[in-house]
Design a protein around this ligand. Structure first.
Ligand code: ZN
Length: 148
């Protein structure tokens, strides 16, 4: 990862963990809870759908800076996406944070900065917890998601 992207990674994590976007409840939507026992991160993801499209997305929870920033950027990313688009983005994001693919800013936008996580394998679950939880919410699964 180049220095520019590394700086951006740090900036985005700090900024979004201090001032998370869409940090609220959506009363009339799908919802799922997630837990990362390795770090202690908890997240509840709310999704309101309009047919196949995500009309609104929000989260609540408590966790480390990476898990909070990941959820914040995710909620911004998912708004307006279809289920299929959301799934494709998650696959690509997962490949990037686990180091299987290089961060492609064109395809991933702001999510590309989470490529920095691939240098810290212990933090991968912090960065993906919200996405696993969002997928459960989309699928209407009720049981809590655990990364373990
Ligand atoms: Zn964490």
């Amino acid at each position: 990862m180049n220095e520019e992207l590394r700086d951006l990674y740090q900036d985005v994590i700090i900024e979004h963990s201090k001032r998370p976007r869409n940090f609220h409840v959506i009363a009339d939507g799908h919802k799922a809870d997630g837990y990362n026992p390795l770090c202690g991160d908890t997240v509840t993801v709310y999704l309101a759908l309009d047919g196949e499209r995500v009309r609104d997305c929000a989260f609540q929870g408590q966790g480390c800076a990476i898990s909070t920033a990941a959820a914040s950027v995710m909620t911004e990313t998912l708004k307006g996406k279809t289920r299929a688009e959301a799934e494709a983005i998650f696959q690509r994001y997962h490949d990037v944070v686990t180091g299987r693919a290089s961060a492609d800013a064109e395809a991933l936008g702001k999510l590309a900065v989470f490529g920095g996580v691939s240098e810290f394998p212990a933090r991968v679950k912090c960065a993906t917890l919200c996405w696993h939880t969002a997928r459960a919410a989309l699928d209407g699964r009720e049981e809590p998601v655990s990364t373990e």
